[in-house]
Design a protein around this ligand. Structure first.
Ligand SMILES: *Cc1c(COP(=O)(O)O)cnc(C)c1O
Length: 391
């Protein structure tokens, strides 16, 4: 007999009964400091009053209708996102992978609608992560994601991040777009340099390609800007958002400029749940809080404090820790030992963190984190390292 629940995850033997702000309460009776936020999802922490308010208010009205009717929450949230970003139009879905699917379909549709159906290939980057659907595992191109799933969806070429000449030489007559995460999150918080982002934008302009950014993890304030592209002073043609957009309620979005968006004509794409009234109510509240005056400055400030605090710990434990990197509160702690050793020890001490590639422990606290919790974290990390050193 196998467990009734599919065994595609290997969860820790711990569940949570309640959450409040920066803390989660486990079924083991302990309180945990959340520096993971459900992998950059719970941007406003747990049980945020504005989110609860928005969700319960909508729950008493209407949960679901079909997209064959107008959903005012979609129009309002789309307008908010258009006002706050480069975008001219927004499509709503339920997850990050779906947002990327939409973006990739937009790339193909744009060229097809403009008389170039032969242009469909997308240049993407090694060590990326774009989701778990057939197209998004092909977009990431990592063997560990593709293994066992048959013929790989056609149309993706992979180059290393940071090498603009390699990107140039990967362009052919069939190339349509370049897809990149401004910070490779699952890849271990590998920050893409702003100069490289600008070079990609220029290259896209020169060669008539679309620039698509996967900001599913970096977006919605995580790096101290609403979206990370702002750090580079460029704008994309297509951008995907999810994770923190719903703050814990499943929702995704694909944002695009007019010339692209207008090729997605009636019937070209859709989703039963996409832009569901409950999702729109919650995401609307999240966007409102994140775009409030001072919120993003707080993220930047807390990110700086976290990094400053870490520097000392890294210096004190050179055998365990190598460096701290990242932007805003999108932070990677590069370890000299297996990252699971550090994250498991932190879990023992009551702190949740996320693992990433390249020996990195990802620190993704809710964006509402305050100095007291940063100090609490630094002290516990120091203790974790000391315990690891003493075996
Ligand atoms: C999490 C993530 C995804 C996938 O999002 P899902 O909601 O799990 O489908 C895609 N791209 C990036 C950069 C992510 O971090």
């Amino acid at each position: 007999m196998i467990p009734a629940l599919l065994s595609n995850y290997a969860p820790a033997d711990l569940s949570f009964e309640k959450g409040e702000g920066m803390y989660l309460y486990g079924n083991d009776g302990r309180r945990y400091l959340d520096f993971m936020a459900g992998i950059a999802v719970s941007a406003l922490g747990h049980a945020h009053p504005k989110m609860i308010g928005a969700l319960t208010e909508q729950a008493h009205k209407v949960w679901h209708v079909s997209n064959i009717f107008r959903i005012p929450g979609q129009e309002e949230l789309a307008q908010k996102l258009v006002d706050a970003t480069f975008a001219d139009a927004v499509y709503f879905c339920n997850s990050g992978a779906e947002a990327n699917e939409c973006g990739l379909k937009m790339v193909r549709k744009y060229f097809s609608a403009n008389g170039h159906p032969e242009k469909y290939r997308v240049i993407a980057f090694e060590n990326s992560f774009h989701g778990r659907t057939l197209a998004t595992i092909a977009a990431a191109g990592q063997q560990k994601l593709l293994d066992g799933f048959g013929p790989v969806v056609e149309g993706f070429d992979h180059v290393p991040v940071g090498d603009i000449e390699k990107v140039k030489s990967a362009i052919t007559d069939e190339t349509a777009a370049i897809l990149i995460e401004p910070v490779l999150g699952e890849g271990g918080i590998q920050v893409v340099q702003p100069e490289f982002m600008r070079a990609l934008r220029e290259l896209c302009d020169e060669r008539g390609l679309l620039l698509m950014l996967d900001e599913i993890q970096t977006g919605m304030g995580r790096t101290g800007k609403l979206f990370a592209y702002e750090h580079a002073g460029i704008t994309p043609d297509i951008l995907t958002s999810a994770k923190a957009l719903g703050g814990g309620f499943p929702v995704g979005a694909c944002l695009a400029v007019e010339k692209v968006a207008k090729t997605m004509t009636v019937g070209s794409h859709g989703s039963t749940y996409g832009g569901n009234p409950l999702a729109m109510a919650v995401a609307g509240a999240v966007v409102e809080v994140i775009t409030e005056e001072g919120f993003l400055d707080h993220v930047t400030q807390m990110g700086n404090h976290l990094k400053q605090g870490h520097a000392g710990v890294v210096d004190r434990h050179p055998e365990i820790l190598e460096e701290i990197r990242g932007v805003g509160l999108h932070i990677g702690l590069k370890c000299k030992v297996e990252n699971t050793q550090v994250s498991n020890k932190l879990l023992e001490l009551g702190v949740l963190t996320a693992k990433g590639g390249d020996y990195v422990v990802r620190l993704l606290p809710p964006l509402i984190v305050e100095d007291t919790q940063i100090s609490e974290f630094i002290n516990l990390l120091d203790e974790a390292c000391t315990e690891l050193e003493n075996g």
